[in-house]
Design a protein around this ligand. Structure first.
Ligand code: KIV
Length: 299
């Protein structure tokens, strides 16, 4: 019999159906808010899926919050696919979106289509996300034409951090806001099924959301979007370097993990762990045979 505990299906989600891009649109049309979170590994995806999240984004934020890079620019296709596969193994219901990393879709439309395809074929994703506005419209169109759903992402686009001069809010002047408004319309026309609006003024996000037919997913963009996404490590208090102002922390796992590791170390140092209940037992008769065979007495 297996000693590995199995996680039973959660009755709350037993009747759930797989979330598709169509369901995404239907939720937005009904005015039902869409929830999205990032995940990069099997257990997080499993728990998140059981919790009932609509969509899981395997974000390139992976580079910062899991791999410890300074920003998202170093993340590769191979790293993304590795983590996509882990998430796919954990999640049954959520719409799975793979984030196309820097330089996987900018060089040519052909390369972008091929890499987008890899997210579905090798990573098990249902859709891809890519950053940028009007300059990406032909890329979006080509990927969509191959049958791959694309989520757009405008506003603060972390892959352009060097051009933006840091992780700062976007669209705060009339001219910048107009450009974002137009970009949103162009991306919808290019075929995006949904659009992430990151770090833009709430009233602009609401204006764009009202204008577009496709669902908008906000992060640091106020209440006016059709859905909300957060980076899970921010929400759980697991990212040590900074917490953006728009994050609500639902847990402080950094402290909780630090406490648990500290208690383990103390238990080991003080001989408190392992206890008898953690130790494999051997029958006395077998032990006696062993002692006589190796010639050891009094043990
Ligand atoms: O990489 C990511 O996690 C993202 C979200 C912040 C939307 O792009």
């Amino acid at each position: 019999m297996s000693t590995i505990p199995t996680i039973s299906p959660d009755p709350l989600v037993a009747n759930r159906k797989k979330i598709t891009t169509k369901v995404f649109q239907q939720k937005a049309d009904r005015g039902d808010p869409i929830s999205m979170l990032t995940a990069y590994d099997y257990p997080t995806a499993l728990i998140m899926d059981r919790s009932g999240v609509d969509s899981i984004l395997v974000g390139d934020s992976l580079g910062m919050v899991v791999l410890g890079y300074e920003n998202t620019l170093q993340v590769t296709m191979e790293e993304m696919l590795h983590h996509c596969r882990a998430v796919k193994r954990g999640a049954q219901y959520a719409l799975l979106v793979g984030d196309m990393p820097f330089m996987s879709y900018q060089v040519s439309v052909e390369e972008a289509v091929r890499n987008a395809g890899r997210f579905l074929q090798e990573g098990g994703m249902d859709a891809v996300k890519l950053e940028g506005g009007r300059e990406r419209s032909s890329t979006v169109q080509a990927i969509v034409e191959t049958g791959i759903p694309v989520m757009g992402h405008i506003g603060l686009t972390p892959q352009s951090v060097n051009q933006l001069g840091g992780f700062r809010a976007q669209g705060k002047t009339a001219a910048a806001a107009k450009k974002l408004y137009e970009d949103a319309i162009i991306l919808q026309e290019a075929g995006c099924f949904s659009l992430v609006l990151e770090s833009v003024p709430g009233r602009l996000a609401e204006l764009i959301s009202d204008k577009l037919e496709i669902p908008t997913i906000g992060i640091g963009a106020g209440k006016g979007c059709d859905g909300q996404v957060l980076v899970t490590h921010d929400l759980l208090g697991l990212f040590d370097r900074f917490t953006p102002r728009f994050v609500r922390k639902y847990a402080d796992l950094f402290s909780e993990m630090e406490r648990s590791f500290g208690e383990f170390i103390a238990d080991v140092e003080e001989g408190e762990f392992p206890g008898v209940e953690h130790t494999v037992n051997m029958p006395d008769d077998e032990w006696m045979i062993l002692m006589s065979e190796i010639g050891v007495k009094n043990r």
